[in-house]
Write a protein that binds this ligand. Structure first.
Ligand SMILES: Cc1ncc(COP(=O)(O)O)c(C=O)c1O
Length: 402
């Protein structure tokens, strides 16, 4: 068995992070770990400067409105950001369109708006290849549709959605287009204005190469989001109500400064390596993995006949073996970390028919995986398939002789 852990759970969180990110976070936290934007001494101003510079840099990175960087607001993660955007945009009597590919970070807040606050929702299914068709969105539009919200890349089957086309449909109908970029920020170039994205939600701990506990929203200049939470802002303290202006409108309390520092260092690393190069390398490994798995008897792969418009996230099952058991064998016998089950996205598993069989086994390849890792994964699945085959044969013999 491999001594080192082979990590294929990058869709959950990218790990490890670049050395330069660890170093910068550590150094910045030690030297500037004071409360930014609250006081006038030099260190507090310097800490606040990194925060402002990171707003600007990420706004540019996402193709947002560079003249309004204060509309990039920080929160804890993409779930937190979506929990600001969804109730801030949808109200009683409003209709929202979303999809079967969503993570619970969209499904649950949308369903709460429906059950608890009188909104309406339509969940559009993906096609057989795992894509949301712009026409399906168009057909779901009603007179009271206010928002379309969907992810850019699926965390279960890895398909990348045609945002630009869907954004155009939204623009034509005056509908706000909200995109969850958890799986694609730092993987695939995103341009809010070119793709007609009105509100972009991001999380720091995946391919943006930052730490856990940092994420946020980038809000287009023309978009009005109601402020739904409140607290200290460090400015205008005499005001007994939360500020209307950005960034305070959607921020409250002490920000996660080490997390923001990690995003800054993550941007440096992405600039140095180039996200297209990293993605190309990840997809070459994904191709090898799919080719290897396809040859193993009993393996079923989902939505990866073509890896065009695809992330390096591959979902599989092994006939006759519970995906949870495959995951345990990969872990215990082969030191390989994957994620099994429903991946917090029950509707896509339901559509694939895997919900009732406990989901699937997800290999998610990251920037630090190697060809050896992929070869080890294929060999491990071969091993488990062989064991499953023998078990099946023994069962048959036992049935025949009993
Ligand atoms: C598509 C998608 N949306 C949302 C999330 C939630 O991310 P976070 O836990 O950072 O809020 C994930 C996490 O895997 C995801 O893949």
């Amino acid at each position: 068995m491999e001594e080192r852990l082979i990590y294929f759970d990058n869709a959950a969180t990218v790990w490890p992070k670049p050395e330069s990110v660890y170093r910068f976070m550590d150094q910045f936290f030690r030297t500037h770990g004071v409360n930014p934007g609250r006081s006038g001494y030099d260190l507090a101003i310097e800490a606040g400067t990194l925060l402002d510079k990171t707003r600007k840099r990420l706004t540019k990175f996402f193709g947002g409105d560079e003249e309004a960087p204060e509309r990039l607001v920080f929160g804890y993660n993409v779930s937190d950001a979506l929990n600001l955007a969804i109730p801030g945009l949808i109200g009683r009597g409003d209709h929202v369109i979303t999809t079967n590919l969503e993570h619970n970070s969209v499904i649950r807040p949308v369903n709460h708006m429906v059950r608890d606050h009188g909104a309406e929702a339509t969940f559009v299914p993906c096609n057989r290849q795992g894509f949301i068709e712009p026409d399906a969105i168009r057909q779901a539009i009603r007179r009271n549709t206010r928002v379309v919200i969907m992810n850019h890349g699926s965390n279960v089957i890895g398909t990348v959605q045609p945002l630009q086309e869907i954004g155009t449909v939204c623009r034509e109908h005056g509908i706000t287009f909200v995109v969850d970029t958890a799986q694609t920020a730092g993987v695939i170039p995103i341009h809010m204005r070119e793709m007609n994205i009105d509100v972009l939600a991001f999380t720091g701990h995946k391919a943006l190469m930052g730490s856990m506990g940092i994420g946020g929203l980038c809000v287009g200049k023309h978009v009005a989001i109601r402020q739904v939470r409140s607290g200290g802002t460090g400015v205008r303290s005499a005001d007994l109500y939360h500020l209307e202006e950005y960034p305070w409108r959607l921020e409250y309390g002490t920000p996660n400064l080490p997390g923001i520092a990690s995003l800054w260092a993550g941007q440096d690393w992405l600039d140095e390596h180039g996200i297209e190069n990293i993605h190309r390398q990840e997809m070459a490994l994904a191709r090898k993995l799919v080719d290897g798995l396809q040859k193993i008897e009993g393996v079923k792969l989902y939505c990866c006949d073509s890896l065009d418009d695809h992330l390096s996230t591959i979902l599989m099952n092994l006939e006759g073996v519970d995906p949870g058991d495959v995951g345990v064998m990969l872990d215990v016998d082969h030191n390989i970390a994957t994620r099994t089950g429903l991946h917090c996205a029950p509707l896509v598993h339901k559509q694939l028919g895997t919900e009732s069989t406990h989901g699937g086994v997800r290999f998610s390849i990251g920037a630090f995986n190697t060809e050896e890792d992929v070869a080890a994964a294929i060999a491990a699945i071969e091993d488990i398939a062989e064991w499953a085959h023998e078990r099946q044969s023994k069962k048959q013999v036992a049935r025949m002789t009993s």
